[in-house]
Design a protein around this ligand. Structure first.
Ligand code: ACO
Length: 401
């Protein structure tokens, strides 16, 4: 490397770290992650304990405000959310403009951005009180938009759910209530979704969260930052992997179930195919979330009486990968997305809604990270580059090119 090229115009030395593999972008008190040992904690509490004992709303409160809430605080928090759960009727016109075939992630990202037009005071948040109001609004309205995206996709009329239900139960009702039929929340389904949402709630400076922080660092506002986070999450290398995993498992099944053939493709450096749901930037050991989800997949499918042949294919792939030197040497283990789609499917969630469910879970993490960034008055996110293009060139008239 020519060290002189690593100097920016202002003369200082610039570090190059494509993909930010070794660059810390902030200091944070929210989520602790030890990739070597497979440890994940929110505000000091282990993910295993939270997934077994907490409600998603408690975890949201914990992530955003730093402490587990007392019952009174939790009640007030949820009451505030319920009071903001309407979405302006005019927003339905925007929803109507999408084709039924639109991917729900695109719909949710667009609608989240559109919310700004209907809630303009949520943009300038100079006090903690303003921040709180914006946070409550997005926690209340985002699930409605996610449910709208699903109902649009499935051609169902929109539903605002039932404010007597818990946050997660209400999400289920808004999504799955059939017209002119009562909706009974299945406790097995609600508890499985509660767990999945908790497991997805934060994961420090991943791609979508970094996006939320960078967009928010220009003071663009919470809703714009969340909308950008949804777009970043959509990609198959990030949250979109949960959809890609099921599609891959289905493809293996359709092909006759030969997992070895797909393992070979994943290892072939001339083939762009990757084993979706495997590998992680930080975990070089088991992703603790994947361990919990794998166990939960068995339980949920058992309790719901669902038999899904792709669960066996997934387990077979995992077993082979754990014994294969390519995966062992590169420390590639199943990540959070490997088994989550199998549970979503058992709960009745269509495949292209899987990443929306992830977004719903990640929402409190995005909010917490945005809030922390604003409270710490972090500077605008603005990485540098090393210019490798042409030197100065004289402009040529079009007739001479
Ligand atoms: N299948 C086959 N090979 C893989 C896989 C995979 N899933 N993941 C990584 N590798 C290989 C790479 O080809 C590379 O091999 P090399 O050293 O011979 O060149 C090595 O392992 C390191 O991989 P990188 O791509 O450099 O690792 P990085 O940290 O940049 O990427 C990522 C991490 C994007 C998660 C990657 O493992 C991947 O693409 N996985 C599949 C998609 C996926 O499941 N994404 C969800 C991640 S979890 C989340 O975001 C919620």
């Amino acid at each position: 490397i020519d060290i002189s090229k690593l100097r920016g115009l202002s003369g200082g030395l610039i570090t190059i770290d494509p993909g930010f593999k070794n660059t810390g972008s902030c200091q944070s008190e929210i989520t602790f992650l030890n990739g070597e040992e497979g440890i994940l904690r929110y505000r000091g509490y282990s993910i295993e304990e939270l997934a077994d004992n907490a409600s998603f709303l408690e975890v949201a409160y914990l992530l955003i405000f730093g402490e587990l809430p007392s019952q009174n605080k939790l009640n007030k928090f949820y009451q505030d959310i319920k009071e903001e759960s309407h979405v302006d009727e005019e927003m339905k016109k925007i929803l109507d403009g999408f084709p039924k075939s639109a991917h729900p992630m695109g719909v949710v990202s667009s609608l989240t951005n559109a919310l700004i037009a209907f809630n303009p005071t949520s943009v300038n948040v100079d006090s903690e009180e303003d921040m709180y109001k914006a946070i409550i609004k997005i926690l209340a309205k985002f699930p409605v938009l996610c449910a709208w995206a699903l109902r649009k996709r499935t051609g169902q009329p929109l539903d605002y759910g039932d404010s007597n239900l818990g946050y997660v139960e209400n999400v289920l009702k808004m999504m799955f209530k059939k017209p002119s039929k009562d909706y009974e929340v299945d406790p097995v389904v609600a508890s499985a979704l509660n767990k999945l949402l908790i497991l997805h709630a934060d994961h420090e400076q991943n791609c979508s969260t970094s996006t939320v922080r960078v967009v928010g660092s220009s003071h663009a506002g919470l809703f714009a930052s969340i909308s950008a986070g949804v777009s970043a999450l959509w990609g198959p290398l990030h949250g979109g992997a949960n959809q890609a995993v099921i599609e891959m498992l289905e493809a293996i099944k359709e092909d006759g179930g030969d997992t070895k053939k797909f393992m070979a493709k994943a290892k072939d450096k001339n083939d762009p195919f990757r084993l979706m749901g495997f590998g992680h930037r930080v975990y070089k050991n088991f992703d603790p979330r994947a361990k919990i989800i794998k166990k939960s997949a068995d339980e949920v499918l058992g309790k719901l009486g669902v038999e899904d042949p792709v669960l066996d294919i997934a387990k077979g792939l995992e077993k082979e990968a754990l014994e294969d030197s390519y995966f062992v040497d590169r420390k590639l283990y199943p990540n959070v997305d490997f088994y989550s789609g199998i549970i979503y499917r058992a709960l009745g969630v269509p495949t292209d809604m899987f990443t929306v469910m992830f977004a719903l879970g990640r929402l409190p993490g995005w909010i917490a990270q945005w809030r922390e960034m604003r409270l710490r008055k972090e500077p605008i996110g603005r990485p540098r580059q090393i210019y490798t293009g042409e030197n100065h060139r004289a402009y040529k008239d079009i007739s001479n090119r």
